[in-house]
Write a protein that binds this ligand. Sequence first.
Ligand code: PLP
Length: 468
Amino acid sequence: MSLNQHRAPLFEAVRQYAGTVRAAMHIPGHKLGRAAPAEWGEFMGPGALSIDLTEAPGLDDLHAPEGVIAEAQALAAEAFGSESSFFLVGGTTAGLHALILTACRPGDLVAVPRHAHRSVLGAMILSGARPTWVRAEFHEELDIAMGPDPQSLENALVGAKAAVLVHPTYYGIACRMSEAIAQIHRHGLPALVDEAHGSHFAFHPALPPSALSLCADGVVQSIHKTGGSLTQSSICHLGRQSRLNEQRLRAMLRLVQSTSPSYLLMSSLDVARRELALHGRENWDRAIELARCTRQKLAALRGISLVESSDPTKVLINVTRRGLTGFQASEALWSHGVAVESAGLGYVLAVLTPGDSAETADTLVNAVAALPDGPGAPARPPEPPWPETVLPPRDAYLGAQESVPLAQSVGRIAAELVAPYPPGIPVVAPGERLTVDVVAYLRHAVAAGHHLQGPADPQLTSIQVVKE
Ligand SMILES: Cc1ncc(COP(=O)(O)O)c(C=O)c1O
């Protein structure tokens, strides 16, 4: 197959199909937008709805690609530097599920950073693999994980079948990736990298190296986060000389993905790849320069400091010396029409991309300058306790369970995840023992107003535990 990065074969094919078909006697029932509610049709425009298709003549099949999807995926493989690439319509979540299902059989151990996204825990539940948790190193002032502790990673690799890395973190921090991948390879294991926030890395030399360039075995990227495609569209890549079996990965992708993959999402991946391949360097030049100027202006503001990040476009703003929590700062910024990516106890996170301009960046700077002084930010909470794992996550999550008041849960085995967000690191995961310390920490998190990810009862007056 001869590859030409100027082409977007999947987008070209759907557009041509929409212009050619005379009687679309197939689903989706809105028939290229003709039966869509008028307000929706008008808002979306005729183009978007006309390519909201499933398999149709000439449009190939995501689950057995031989035509335009195969071609688009081959172009993505070349552009991102993989052996082969697979389009995802269920986000990076689906890709991480598929990678771990590929690398692990039920009962296998896998080294997982405790600060990994909850989709990795979901993969443990689906696959029956058991996590050996790797401790994170934390930023000295803010409650954010920087990367895996090397000794903890080394310990977790013994007896494992694979290891997961997060590159970069949600905050754009990319710590010692090359060393961590080499460490995993010394144990003969596949390195599975959650690169949800790094789909732009391969296209600019001022950004951290991409996991594929560091010989990762399997990588998943949310192209929708920074790569310019539509929300929910991601790519799963196999590295060159990957230790993973490609046929098994294909089978797992068939298992976890929809049988009606959206052509709107997939063609957005195709055009995002073309844009990155042809103009990624210049687009990200602009974004990086804009981020550099914005950082300079922000750092000059009273009571504001910035966290150094390997990806300068992730602007992590420390507001503690304004006496504010990040939650308060985020609300104040929103009153100026500025919506940040997230807020934590002491910070807000702003993400800049080629979609930003001097105007949006200055709106951010002016709103941060106008932040009021607060009564004093709360102290950083202590590191969460480290519960004992008693059961595999799968058994605890899928087995018989009951709800008990949190106050009466000490000694029981958790059947659900509880992760105060941000930072989203589990305080307890399914299969772990609830201790006095764990319950006290959870109560503290609820009292501090953290949003809790995972529990059936969002107020956590009760918690799901394994039925005894
Ligand atoms: C680090 C990380 N990994 C994985 C995911 C899941 O990605 P997606 O939303 O594309 O499913 C996220 C989502 O925010 C994330 O932050």
